[in-house]
Ligand binder design. Structure first.
Ligand code: FAD
Length: 301
């Protein structure tokens, strides 16, 4: 089926672009597999007017509101391949269908690669968290831990004492003495034993269990997970990327255009700081750029 624009990923970034395109009466197809990155939590914080709202409810509301725009079609299907045929992108869906259009917006998000520590996955987004601004306030003045899990973990551990007493778990890894001294200057306790598991009822955390048999009481454990793109469509198209400290970043200009003409990208795939607010704002910017490209194709090129 032929559209003016195809959006791959119908979460905060993609669904922020869709109403702008719908209101411009652009024929747009939004493909989505309904697995937003923050699906592990019931509360999303620091979004204007929605602090603490359930992210799934926010997305459901947006989908319902999009029904007001007949030129917007939501399709619950995965995009599995894309090819460029002259000025048109052909996006192949998992069910064998294909949709086509001259403008493509990539908003398929990223997938966190959690540390392989027993107890982390089932507490992710509840008591194992990554962002103090998103979920740290709820653990103010409790026992906080930071697990060494990325190149930025020392930096993260220096920040977290703003919210409460903090222990840095090196997990048996070696750190420069400078880093250890910087942590101690912030009042951070450094625990050098390897972590072997987490304790606590259900999604709650009560302690980090160490290889020597000790358990350190901890109520919230911060990790800084590495990530990968949630799909390979950008690679298939040849979009330029750069390596960030935690994972790849799709290169875009200020209008959210990638290095491939006609392909735009927004949300977590395009930046290192990841929030719903940034994703929404970028979706709006890309929608305006896509509409402009449809109306003034030569100027946009
Ligand atoms: C545990 C956790 C808690 C968080 N809490 C907060 C918070 O409190 N406040 C805040 O501002 N931010 C929070 N974030 C960050 C926030 O979740 C992200 O910044 C935001 O979801 C990014 O939106 P996005 O649209 O770019 O990507 P996503 O929300 O990840 O959406 C990508 C969408 O694309 C779909 N998709 C993927 N591949 C395909 C494909 N091939 N075909 C079709 N569809 C596809 C997915 O199913 C998904 O629906 C949190 C993140 C995590 C991990």
């Amino acid at each position: 089926m032929q559209y003016d624009a195809i959006v791959v990923g119908g979460s905060f970034a993609g669904l922020s672009a869709a109403p702008y395109l719908g209101r411009a009466r652009v024929r747009v197809c939004v493909l989505d597999t309904n697995a937003p990155r923050n699906r592990f939590t019931d509360h999303s914080h620091v979004l204007f007017g929605h602090d603490g709202s359930d992210p799934a409810t926010m997305l459901d509301t947006m989908r319902r509101q999009l029904a007001a725009y007949p030129s917007v079609q939501l399709v619950e299907e995965a995009a599995v391949d894309v090819v460029q045929e002259r000025d048109t992108f052909v996006v192949h869906l998992a069910d064998g269908r294909a949709v086509t259009g001259p403008q493509l917006l990539l908003a398929f998000g990223i997938t966190d690669i959690l540390p392989d520590l027993p107890g982390v996955a089932e507490r992710w987004g509840r008591s194992v968290i990554h962002c103090p601004y998103c979920h740290g306030y709820e653990f103010t003045d409790r026992n906080l831990g930071v697990l060494a899990s990325s190149p930025l973990s020392v930096h993260q551990a220096q920040l977290i004492p703003e919210w409460g007493p903090t222990t840095f778990f090196t997990d048996g890894q070696a750190f420069e003495q400078d880093a250890i001294e910087a942590l101690m200057a912030r009042g951070v306790l450094v625990e050098r034993e390897r972590a072997v598991g987490l304790e606590g009822d259900g999604p709650l955390l009560s302690a980090v269990r160490l290889a020597d048999g000790r358990s350190v009481p901890i109520d919230a454990l911060y990790i800084g997970p590495r990530y990968r793109f949630s799909g390979d469509l950008a690679e298939r198209l040849g979009c330029a990327t750069e390596a960030g400290p935690m994972g790849p970043v799709l290169k875009v200009d200020e209008m959210k255009a990638t290095s491939v003409p006609g392909v735009f990208a927004v949300g977590d795939v395009t930046r290192m700081g990841h929030t719903v607010t940034f994703a929404c704002a970028e979706g709006v910017m890309a929608a305006l750029a896509i509409h402009r490209a449809l109306v003034f194709p030569k100027v946009a090129a």
